[in-house]
Design a protein around this ligand. Structure first.
Ligand SMILES: [Zn+2]
Length: 149
């Protein structure tokens, strides 16, 4: 099977239903929001927006981007509202689905800590309860692997 992406599949399906590209454009983010609600609510932090899904024979990848406006500095805790306009992409592996490996490609914002006494100049926002900074697997996938070991 060739690689399929959510955006192409949805566009092709809507086009078969006689939707024009102008009609399809506003539907796409709603479809991604619905997918997030049904498949990922309570698993993926709610400040992540699903942008695309890529499916191949043996893997499926979800592409997320943060829409957070209030990242918390990991050192001094207060909320930073100063996005650095830089982004960091990171890939985490999650529990498999229907025989496919599952990956999350998450684009997070780099923020600047403005606290005068904080030694942390900038930091990448965290994904509490979902994935650790230095890990390659999501927390629930780590727990699953430990339980099966
Ligand atoms: Zn700080």
């Amino acid at each position: 099977m060739e690689r399929q992406t959510g955006s192409h599949v949805l566009s092709a399906t809507l086009a078969r239903g006689s939707c024009s590209p102008n009609e399809i454009a506003p539907i796409y983010p709603l479809e991604m929001e619905a997918r997030t609600f049904f498949d990922w609510a309570g698993i993926v932090p709610d400040f992540l927006l699903l942008h695309n899904i890529e499916r191949e024979d043996t893997r499926i990848q979800y592409d997320w981007a943060s829409r957070s406006r209030d990242a918390v500095c990991p050192r001094c805790e207060p909320i930073s509202q100063a996005p650095a306009h830089e982004y960091v992409d990171q890939l985490w592996q999650d529990l498999p689905q229907a025989g496919r490996t599952v990956w999350h490609d998450v684009r997070r914002q780099k923020d600047v800590c403005r606290h005068p006494e904080c030694p942390q100049h900038d930091f990448v926002e965290r994904l509490p309860g979902f994935a650790d900074e230095k890990a390659r697997k999501t927390l629930r996938f780590q727990r699953h692997c430990v339980a099966r070991a």
